[in-house]
Write a protein of this length. Structure first.
Length: 135
């Protein structure tokens, strides 16, 4: 778990910094209050984009383009790091559960009523002969 904290702390700080930059930018250049600016920033970075607020000047539109391209990447990268860490921790237990299940299936006693499928490999020459094709 300490390894995750070490990897996440810089990401958390960067994402927080990106959110603060966006909030301040929209408050200054769009004239929105800080709550609306934060709201727009978060809905933009999470790609929700309700459309109730939107940039109105050329400068804020251009900033938003660059902001979305870089900010969404950072947010998705942070989610990827968390997900990868979680999956790496869970993989041994999942792998063990699948292995145990397969071993139990192979060594299980047969009971009355069990359905057993027998698959026989068919001779390719006979298969072609049945269908009318020659090998």
């Amino acid at each position: 778990m300490a390894r995750l904290h070490i990897r996440l702390l810089p990401l958390f700080l960067i994402v927080t910094f990106v959110i603060i930059i966006g909030t301040l930018f929209y408050a200054l250049f769009e004239g929105w209050n800080y709550v609306d600016s934060l709201y727009f920033t978060v809905t933009t970075l999470t790609t929700i984009g309700y459309g109730d607020l939107h940039p109105t000047t050329t400068a804020t539109k251009l900033f938003t383009v660059a902001y979305v391209l870089s900010g969404v990447y950072m947010v998705l990268y942070a989610l990827r790091v968390i997900t990868t860490h979680y999956m790496e921790r869970r993989a041994p237990s999942v792998r063990g559960a699948v292995t145990r299940t397969l071993e139990n299936m192979m060594h299980r006693r047969k009971h009355v009523g069990d359905v057993v499928l027998k698959v026989e490999e068919e001779d390719p020459h006979k298969a072609h002969a049945k269908s009318g094709h020659r090998a």
